[in-house]
Design a protein around this ligand. Structure first.
Ligand code: AMP
Ligand code: ZN
Length: 484
């Protein structure tokens, strides 16, 4: 499988450290608000990677943190802790909102068929780990104390900037929102590992540490949680592109300084979901959620399909029109599958199935090109193989894509059958009023004449009724009448 590695800026063959096994780390949500559908684009694409690696037979261990402390309003080291900001907004404690929004996040993931990671670890559960690693960094000369905080000293590294092939716009995201100069830093790029002093003395969650009562920086949590569960060598680390700098850059700095060797082999970054007015962001306050999609009548799976139509390394523009187009495309696939004749008594043509699978695998092997995987679905729709085979192919692809295609097609076919049966069984209930009943019978006679293509008779009946002052109107639901 070829994957683009943002650390080397190259498409590379994916070869895990230990054959057959993959350690995968995913930056989890900051749980101070609902996840927006931009965040969820990242999690959907990471889910495809997770599921595809499993499909290819790898034993995957996937770890995700939950950021419930330390992520400041700016991704630099200034601003209020996002969790505290959320707690104040809702007049709740930090732990209350962390629990609420963590549950909401996983409920959204379930609706979007995003598989739960094997390990989910909140940052607040790993304080001892953070203290252990920060202490070691100080001991090794990679960190220093200044003004009550512990900073990582980036001047001690041979190379600090790793992901340097982004546009200035991408990098600007990392230093947004009016970062103020911190006079304690020896170098501009240094970052906080542990805070005991910040402008926001009302920080709700604080812990004892060798450097005083305080709380961890955001970056240290992902390094520590990854190393705790996945060891010293990580195969793949994922996140949205805004995480590349400074978050992932700092993760690499502190992990490699701590370990004394290279840490993570592959970095996968998902480009942003944007709207006409720019990047979708939680801090802007206005954003689209899965619940809003549902309120508007969309099945969350349609959003998953919308995301899969595009490659993860291209930014994607959301609009209702674009989503509607995805729904139409999805429904067309479903209707086509629903139209396949029943597979009774047939057996799967293994050679044909292997050929159909080869197209699907070639698409995803090509840097997880999900739009090629959707082309592989269309290839099945065009196939002349029997239904047992084409259904087997769709079921196989859907273990990765998780678009509920067969279930949706079976539900569609059942609905169509019900409608047809209802139409066939429609029994006219005539009026008790003899005069109205005569009109209804005349209408039925005209309908029968039209069906038999006896248009002269149909017109004669209409004219006869008109002569009696009765006007007919044909509608998609039958013929109605009114008196002139
Ligand atoms: P957060 O909850 O802010 O820590 O972000 C959770 C994940 O969503 C991270 O991997 C971010 O990089 C990613 N993310 C944030 N905004 C967007 C966006 N507009 N489109 C795609 N991914 C995003
Ligand atoms: Zn992270």
């Amino acid at each position: 499988m070829i994957l683009y590695n943002t650390a080397t800026h190259k498409r590379e063959e994916f070869v895990p450290v230990e054959p057959g096994k993959v350690g995968m780390y995913t930056c989890g949500p900051t749980v101070y608000h609902y996840a927006h559908i931009g965040n969820l684009r990242t999690y959907i694409m990471e889910d495809i990677l997770d599921r595809y690696l499993r499909y290819q037979g790898y034993e995957v261990k996937r770890v995700m943190n939950i950021t419930d402390v330390g992520h400041l309003s700016s991704d630099g080291d200034t601003g209020e802790d996002k969790m505290l900001k959320g707690a104040k907004r809702e007049k709740k404690t930090v732990m209350e909102i962390a629990k609420y929004y963590t549950d909401c996040f996983f409920a959204d993931c379930d609706k979007l068929h995003i598989r739960r990671p094997d390990v989910i670890e909140p940052a607040t559960a790993c304080i001892d780990e953070f203290i252990k690693v920060i202490s070691a960094l100080i001991e090794k000369g990679f960190a220093y104390e200044a003004g009550g905080n512990i900073y990582f000293d980036t001047s001690k590294l041979e190379q600090y900037y790793i992901f340097n092939d982004f546009t200035s716009e991408d990098l600007a995201v990392g230093v947004r929102e009016g970062v103020e100069e911190d006079g304690n830093k020896r170098n501009k790029a240094d970052f906080v590992l542990w805070f005991t002093k910040s402008k926001f003395e009302d920080q709700e969650l604080k812990w004892d540490s060798p450097w005083g009562v305080g709380y961890p920086g955001w970056h240290i949590e992902c390094s520590c949680i990854s190393m705790k569960h996945l060891g010293e060598y990580l195969d793949i680390h994922c996140g949205g592109i805004d995480n590349a700098f400074p978050h992932h850059t700092n993760e690499i700095a502190q992990s490699e300084a701590y370990l004394g060797h290279a840490w993570c082999k592959y970095w996968m970054h998902v480009l942003h979901l944007n709207t006409d007015s720019g990047k979708m962001s939680k801090s802007k306050g206005e954003f689209l959620t899965v619940s809003l999609l549902e309120e508007k009548g969309y099945d969350p799976v349609a959003y998953r399909f919308f995301c899969l139509q595009s490659h993860y390394r291209r930014s994607l523009v959301f609009s209702w029109e674009n989503l509607d187009n995805a729904v139409v495309a999805y429904n067309k696939i479903v209707a086509k599958i629903a139209g396949w004749k029943k597979a009774e008594g047939e057996s799967v043509d293994e050679a044909a199935l292997a050929e159909l699978r080869a197209k699907f695998v070639a698409g995803l092997d090509n840097d997880l090109n999900t739009s090629l995987a959707i082309t592989a679905i269309h290839n099945v729709l065009k196939s002349t193989a029997n239904t047992a085979t084409t259904r087997a192919a769709i079921a196989d692809f859907d273990t990765v894509l998780c678009l509920d295609l067969l279930q949706a097609a079976d539900a569609y076919a059942a609905e169509e059958a019900k409608k047809a049966a209802a139409a066939a069984n429609t029994v006219r209930v005539y009026s008790d009023d003899p005069e109205i009943r005569a009109i209804e019978e005349a209408i039925d006679a005209r309908t029968a004449a039209k069906k038999a293509k006896n248009y002269a008779e149909a017109d004669r009946i209409r004219a006869e009724l008109l002569a009696r002052g009765i006007v007919l109107t044909d509608t998609p639901n039958g013929t109605t009448f009114e008196r002139k």
